[in-house]
Design a protein around this ligand. Structure first.
Ligand code: RIB
Ligand code: CA
Length: 322
């Protein structure tokens, strides 16, 4: 059983990742913490509450987190996810409220009360995680593992030519997280760009008319018809769901140790993730970086197995008997 803490900025692919967590009997979703990212944390928190209620899981605690990055000016991705973050899909107003404590307090409390037990998956900007590990550095030794959806190591970025959105949205937080000393699996665009699902596959899931699969279809249709059509994108990049799936089955992904750092001073390159896979001292000792890696980096993915796992779990969990 994976005892999971999900830090998220729903967001269409975040919603698809959340549904996978809820559809997985081997995941115990301890809490959902929200952050500003794709849209403001007011929306991401409301969306998290509404998505959980749509899936019939109103009891899972949601804690509101940081509303802006640590240093830089906020950026959002409503041009990708729609103004409300869910592709304009209007879910019923949630009946539940977020818990009264801040997301950072929930992250600290959950990890400190269950040493070695908690898996932390971050699928939005890393602001909450950075503040948590700054407040209580020992959580880096007490967490079971940290999965981060973020970065573009040997592929172009998706928000600038060199930066991936989650890192670009809060590069200083990413720097803190990458150097905190906890065990990180970094699920970057190098893998998630290949983790595509087609419209027909979402349509097939929606034929069982469950509100969750109807919601999934509507969000993906919006994304492909609005953002995708103008860019020749015909399949949905399952960035966050792949990160979530890696918490369940890490062997879906090929991993390689790497030393990864973030550009904090570049004008054109802010938020770029620079990865050293090989030791650099052979080339130029001044380029040599610390002799140790700080992440397991995703360098490949078994797309068929991932998509099959995703569809099977969603189908089994969210099908209304006809
Ligand atoms: O670059 C992809 C990431 O940025 C995903 O987490 C998506 O939700 C956006 O936040
Ligand atoms: Ca996200």
């Amino acid at each position: 059983m994976v005892r999971l803490l999900l830090d998220t900025d729903p967001g269409i692919d975040d919603a698809l990742a959340l549904f996978l967590a809820l559809a997985s009997p081997d995941i115990q979703l301890e809490a959902v913490t929200t952050v500003s990212g794709n849209v403001h944390v007011d929306f991401t928190t409301r969306n998290a509450l509404a998505l959980l209620e749509l899936a019939g899981r109103p009891g899972i605690p949601v804690a509101r987190g940081c509303d802006r990055p640590l240093v830089r000016q906020p950026v959002i991705a409503d041009y990708v996810h729609g103004q409300n973050g869910l592709g304009g899909v209007m879910l019923p107003e949630p009946q539940q409220r977020p818990v009264s404590v801040h997301a950072v307090d929930v992250i600290l409390q959950k990890i400190l009360e269950a040493p070695g037990e908690i898996t932390l998956a971050a699928i939005g900007p890393l602001t909450n995680l950075a503040l948590a590990v700054r407040r209580e550095p020992r959580i880096a030794q007490l967490v079971r593992e940290v999965l981060v959806m973020g970065g573009a190591l040997r592929v172009p970025g998706n928000v600038t030519p060199v930066s991936e959105f989650n890192i670009f949205a809060d590069p200083h937080a990413a720097h803190i997280v990458l150097h905190a000393g906890w065990p990180i699996r970094l699920v970057s665009l190098d893998a998630t760009n290949h983790a595509d699902m087609r419209r027909e596959q979402f349509n097939a899931l929606a034929t069982r008319s469950h509100p969750v699969t109807q919601c999934m279809k509507a969000m993906v249709d919006y994304h492909l018809d609005d953002f995708g059509k103008a860019r020749g994108i015909t399949a949905f990049h399952m960035h966050d769901p792949l990160c979530l799936a890696a918490a369940i089955s890490p062997d879906l992904i090929d991993w390689k140790p790497a030393y990864v750092d973030v550009e904090l001073n570049g004008t054109l390159t802010l938020g770029a993730t620079v990865a050293y896979f090989e030791k650099m001292e052979d080339i130029d000792p001044d380029l040599a970086h610390p002799r140790r890696s700080n992440v397991l980096a995703s360098v490949g993915v078994d797309v068929e197995r991932f998509v099959a796992m995703y569809m099977e779990r969603i189908h089994n969990a969210f099908s209304l008997a006809r």
